[in-house]
Design a protein around this ligand. Sequence first.
Ligand SMILES: Cc1ncc(COP(=O)(O)O)c(C=O)c1O
Length: 369
Amino acid sequence: MYKPSKTILTAGPSISSLELKYVMDAAKNGWNEEYDKYLQKFSEAFAKYIGVKYAWPTSSGTGALHSGLMAMGIGKGDEVIVPEITFVASANVVEYVGAKPVFVDVEKDVWTIDPKDVEKKITKRTKAIMPVHIYGNVSDMDPINKLAKKFGLKVIEDACPSIGAEYKGKRTGNLSDVAAFSFQGAKIMVTGEGGMLVTNNADIYEKAKYWGNNAKHKTKAFWNDDIGYMYRMSNLLAALGLGQLERNDTFVTKKRKIFSWYKKRLGDIEGISMNVEKEGTKSIYWMSSIVLDKNFGFSRDELMMKLKEKKIDTRPFFYPLSMFTMWKEQKTPNAHHVGLNGINLPSGVNLKEEQIDYICNILRSILLS
Ligand SMILES: Cc1ncc(COP(=O)(O)O)c(C=O)c1O
């Protein structure tokens, strides 16, 4: 019987000799004439992978989201619709540009933006909708894009946790005006910190690069007409990213396998729900997760403590953003249920079936006792 010698973590990357080869090359030779060799290769390969025309590597997913909003001209007095369950950065970037994040509820089963609630929250000030492909689950994009068309709004996908996920045969990031991905260290593919802005729109691409690269003048060196931001990725990180991208499909397969191992062992437990893959979508199950839907006699946080004692690391779901003092008046019901009762289980791409077996045996003994 497997017993962990150290804590089983929620995430963790797989780094092979391929990535090391590219990074070594970038460290040794990636200067002067070759200063952007890997940045170019990474952006071209990433654009091809997602199926979009343009990709710009950034220093974070947050930077890509912020640059995307600026490129679309979202600013003071505008409203951007954001699901209430997401990482805080999705709402922060709306504030960065002086606009207001307006929260809508999530669908109770998939935990992604609820298009019905979106329609209710559209006002004269609404300029954009930001669906978030939370934990690798895919948002229902057709009704969102339909609403955007009807009301003349932009759509920006927060695709940070969904590299390789699909909606009706298209990859996430290729379903909107502009999208952002993250390669932060817990993501499916990593560069430590890092991100990518993708779009099919040449104007958005050029403007995002302008705002995210210190608003540099196109032709006149060291001349500026605007205050910009510094969101460029480094060539060294692009080398790591390129190697990771070339292996991302194997990571997606592994993440899907990990979820199937959990589902087989936990799927019959009454009172919990797990990630849902809606018809026509392909989730990457960035985080295999459970939500406690009934009162088990202990709280979500107590369950996490019990698991920790057994060397199982977990993460709470993102808190509903209206719990934060910055946005406290905008409470939505499903977001509160999911956000306060959800747990991300260990989901790193290096996990083995015997570890999932161990985790599920412990979970079953706690939840069914
Ligand atoms: C949903 C979501 N949005 C935005 C981000 C921000 O990405 P980053 O940490 O690369 O800035 C993350 C990842 O951390 C995320 O999960």
